[in-house]
Design a protein around this ligand. Structure first.
Ligand code: SF4
Ligand code: SF4
Length: 174
């Protein structure tokens, strides 16, 4: 299948209930107000450096009911949650919150990019988002710097289990 054919939307992909589902969730209420002016994309600091990340497009795809395309998209995870789009939207659409809602649904389906799974695994294991390389620890020791503070993975795991985070991270995409 060519890239063009993949982009083509099939009627069978459209879920007319999707937009209502999102609009019922906290932060998604004003989704239908979007009139596609593009302000969110033109002011988004991530879109400026990405050829694929377009918040306006995510909002439109959601309005159109393209549930699987939106939830399976890796670009959904590029949002830095800076809220510039929300502040500047002339229609008061809470763009950043809609994206959060979509990410939560994607996570429930197990659609989480590998890089974030690895970060989460590192947090659960060490309390840090990134594993500190042994080489750096040795370098600190050679410079007689004090050891880095230890994370508290047990407490983090307990908290993240309670909010259902761990089961989403361990779930693979449907
Ligand atoms: S700024 Fe608001 S109205 Fe304009 S495209 Fe973005 S969400 Fe839609
Ligand atoms: S919250 Fe996300 S989509 Fe909105 S401007 Fe910031 S990075 Fe872009």
């Amino acid at each position: 299948m060519t890239e063009k054919e993949k982009e083509r939307i099939k009627a069978s992909e459209i879920d007319p209930k999707f937009k209502y589902e999102i609009a019922k969730m906290h932060g998604g209420e004003k989704l239908m107000r979007c009139f596609q002016c593009g302000t969110c994309t033109s002011d988004c600091p991530v879109a400026r450096f990405s050829e694929t990340y377009r918040p306006r497009q995510i909002i439109r795809m959601t309005q159109l009911g393209l549930r699987d395309r939106v939830l399976n998209s890796d670009t959904l995870w590029l949002c830095a949650a800076c809220f510039t789009c929300t502040d500047r939207c002339p229609q008061d659409v809470e763009v950043a919150s809609v994206i959060r809602v979509l990410r939560n649904l994607a996570a429930e389906k197990g659609c989480i990019p590998q890089v974030f799974r690895e970060q989460a695994a590192s947090i659960l294991e060490s309390g840090y988002a990134y594993k500190i390389p042994d080489l750096r620890i040795k370098k600190r020791e050679s410079l007689r710097l004090p050891p880095l503070p230890r994370g508290n993975p047990e407490s983090i795991r307990k908290t993240l289990c309670n909010v259902g985070f761990v089961k989403h991270i361990e779930k693979k995409g449907e």
